[in-house]
Design a protein around this ligand. Sequence first.
Ligand code: MN
Length: 715
Amino acid sequence: MSDKKIYTVEDLIEKVSKYQSEESVLNKIREAYVFAERCHKGQFRKSGEEYIVHPLNVAIILTEIYADSETIMAALMHDVIEDCGVEREEIEEKFGREVGKLVYGVSKLGRINFSTENEYLIDYYKKIIVGMSEDVRVIIVKLADRLHNMRTLWALPEVKQKKIAKETIEILAPLAHHLGIHKIKSELEDLSLRYLKPDVFYDIAEKLNNTKVERDNTVNEMLRYVTNLLTEHGITHEIKGRAKSIYSIYNKLNKGRKFSDIYDLLALRILVNTEQECYLALGIIHSKFKPIPKRFKDYVAMPKANMYQSLHTTVFGVDGYLFEIQIRTYEMDEIAENGIASHWAYKEHKDASVLMQNTTEQKLQFFKSIIELNEDKMSTEDFVNSVKDEVLNNNIYCFTPKGDIIELPKDATPIDFAYKVHTRVGETMVGAIVNNSIVPLDYKLKSNDIVKINTSKSSKGPSREWLNIAKSTQTRNKIRTFFTKSEKELYIERGKESLEKELRKRKIPYDEFFHQEKQEILFKNLKLSTQEELYLDVGNGKYSANMVVNILYKKEEEKEPIKKVVIQKAKDADIVVSGIDNVKVNLANCCNPVPEDEIIGYITKGNGISVHRVTCHNLEALESRNVDVCWNEQTTDKYVTTILIHSNTRENKIMEILQKINMLDAGIDKFITMSRGEETVYEADLYVKNLTHLNKVFQELDKLSYITKVERLMK
Ligand code: MN
């Protein structure tokens, strides 16, 4: 398994020249090698070899996927920034900007820290994304780097072996898979398994070895048969027997398949020239060998997300052995093996790197959509899950009634489907029909479902509940955008209304107020630049209309402080105690009564009368000392009361909640977050005018989808 051959730079040049023969380019590669060798002089690997052996081998690996010369040079120098203190600028000067950029990108990835179980995925992916958004070749070099490190992992202590192998299987192999570079992916997997579960690995390897001769004979017999069959029908082709990777066998065992089932399963791959011939060959084989129903997969018509295309079928072959047969064109095979790197092999495309960049952009869109999420809105766990869901799990494929294929994550719902078709379809969706039956919106779609989305022009848009139903992060993102957008619109509308109202009240003509000179003063004062921004700030409660108007029109008689909450303990005059004048009155802070609450007084020992809500449980045993009290209706103060807000999400919603409360002109004194398992509870001390005001706050908070309950606290 490990690459024992000792390569020289001339081996590298020979391999490159098979697909890139320009002398000047080859010389540049030699130069890069000499430079790297000089930099690493005196450094040795844990295996005892000179350090340069490692970058040279990484470059050799890359020739197997026909990497371009810039990538090869970058591979040769990939460790010189980190290990030899060479500056990026020096590489750029000597070998050009592109190479410098690649080397720098790989170094950046190398610095990633895998500290905690959860966090590392995030950091890693983030940095990968940063690297990738510049150039996907950075990732390809990184994969080759890791492959060589895995091949020489034996030199490290066991703890390190396990750590690196784990990282490889969890992050790098899936990444290789996502980029479709099967060659690297499958070797990374096998090597990881060897270090993570050596017993299992060697057990499988041995069993494979023991049955090899017999299996080879059977495969060869089948191969001859199929070749004759296809030749008879005039189909030019090539057939390869193919070794299943140890890891793929391990995976199947893990999924509960039996050893014997897997070992008996033999595999062939048929390569033909055209797509038509794929289907033709399939038909011919099925007419001779009975296929197993349900095992047929058409990835030609429905390519996987990583561009993989192939027909898969399993048939009863010679001697009753099961054969797993893949049929594909040469081009499909190239893509299946090398994925995104396969563009290097197609020289007719003038600028392979540009082409790759385009493909990358399409194919890695999901990475971006993950990072584009406002990360603050997501907990670490959510983030990791979304990455795992979208990167590591299989996708399903559903159809529109017209037969278009829609790719969705596993367990996706009709809502995901609708949004994937088009955001507009999602936003106007009113129902869904799957395979001719009406289904609920949280219905879990399966591959091959035919989905018809019913829409209505009069639909008011998605419901917040959909955020809990939608499976894919993109969908939830789109739904969220809808709400942020429409909330913003709402604020703007509201701000405009209240400003106009204020102007009417003060008899200021609208045109005068927004006269250019005045407007300039106003905007300068508030650091705004458009009318819309002004409306938004008024609508969301940042400024009151009154205050905005005051900037331009000072009114002597109305100098009331704007938005300033009057924080004040109840004065004697707020409460009228029946039959008693001039008595000290306190509002009890166990139940925090506010005007309009039914209240009752309690005569304390030496501290006047304490006023409670009649429902306060602290009153029960104290009846004899009770006294009737009522609110002074003239009171204009605000009163403190404590409320609990329960939300069913662990996302941080504080800003949204505070804004809501603030918009209602309620003051906030204290705001504490308490998490309880899946829910988050906020305890807030509010200043409100009266019970009506408080109830209004409750109503508004209730409208937030994630808020499950709002209640007053009684201590
Ligand atoms: Mn390296």
